[in-house]
Design a protein around this ligand. Structure first.
Ligand code: ADP
Ligand SMILES: O=c1ccn([C@@H]2O[C@H](COP(=O)(O)O)[C@@H](O)[C@H]2O)c(=O)[nH]1
Length: 201
């Protein structure tokens, strides 16, 4: 199994890059694990308490479960990936049975910040987009898809997202094998990643 980690700040285009790769490769050969599925279960908190969580800090992620799942997949075993709701800020209680594939892509803002997880990746990719570009994309996406308003996005950006990005995400470029510049759609870089995956397939 080839495990590829794709990191980068919110709105840099990780999900879009992953979907582009998936759409053009043979169905069923590549699997995806999203770090978002591993936000800690916060069912014991009220919605008002959950909204105050710093979701850009590594402690908000259940890295132990993510590591356990990746090890199981490497051994050839299926895992039950939790389903996360950004609208509720919590796991939904559902899971997706995820079977091991020849290539597994793990994507998320903080996946390179955890040494044990990082060491499981055969290829580490960092997707870069400038912070103003990422904020614009996040505003548009979170208002249309994640039930936010302009005030929520900008307040979270100033209070937690920006400082956490500078502390825990941007420095992870150091560990990347490939950095994809993604201020514009970067079809050349995505083609290169697809070629690497095709060779493995
Ligand atoms: N290169 C790009 N140029 C312009 N918009 C983009 C680009 N990549 C992604 N987007 C858009 O920006 C938003 C955030 O992208 P997404 O892939 O969800 O980022 P991430 O998963 O890194 O948070 C989405 O609405 C997506 O359509
Ligand atoms: O309940 C939640 C959990 C996370 N977030 C925000 O999501 C982004 C990470 O997702 P991307 O798809 O990479 O943007 C992170 O910046 C968190 O602030 C949230 O809003 N609510």
């Amino acid at each position: 199994m080839l495990i590829i980690g794709i990191a980068g700040g919110t709105g840099c285009g990780k999900t879009t890059v992953v979907n582009t790769i998936l759409n053009e490769l043979p169905e069923g050969e590549v699997g995806v694990i999203s770090q978002d599925s591993y936000y800690k279960d916060t069912s014991h908190l009220s919605y008002d308490e959950r909204v105050k969580i710093n979701f850009d800090h590594p402690r908000s992620i259940d890295f132990e479960l993510l590591e356990k799942h990746l090890i199981e997949l490497k051994k050839g075993n299926a895992i039950d990936q939790p389903v996360y709701s950004f609208v509720k800020h919590n796991r939904t209680g559902d899971t997706i049975n995820t079977i091991p594939r020849k290539v597994m892509i793990v994507e998320g803002i903080l996946i390179l910040s955890h040494a044990e997880i990082r060491n499981l990746f055969d290829i580490k990719i960092f997707v870069h987009a400038d912070s103003d570009e990422r904020l614009i994309r996040r505003l548009k996406r979170d208002i249309t898809e994640r039930g936010r308003d302009i005030n929520e996005v900008l307040t979270r950006y100033q209070n937690t997202l920006k400082p956490m990005h500078q502390q825990f995400i941007e420095p992870m470029k150091e560990y990347a094998d490939i950095i994809i510049p993604n201020n514009k759609y970067n079809t050349v870089a995505v083609d290169i990643v697809k070629t690497i995956i095709n060779e493995r397939l």
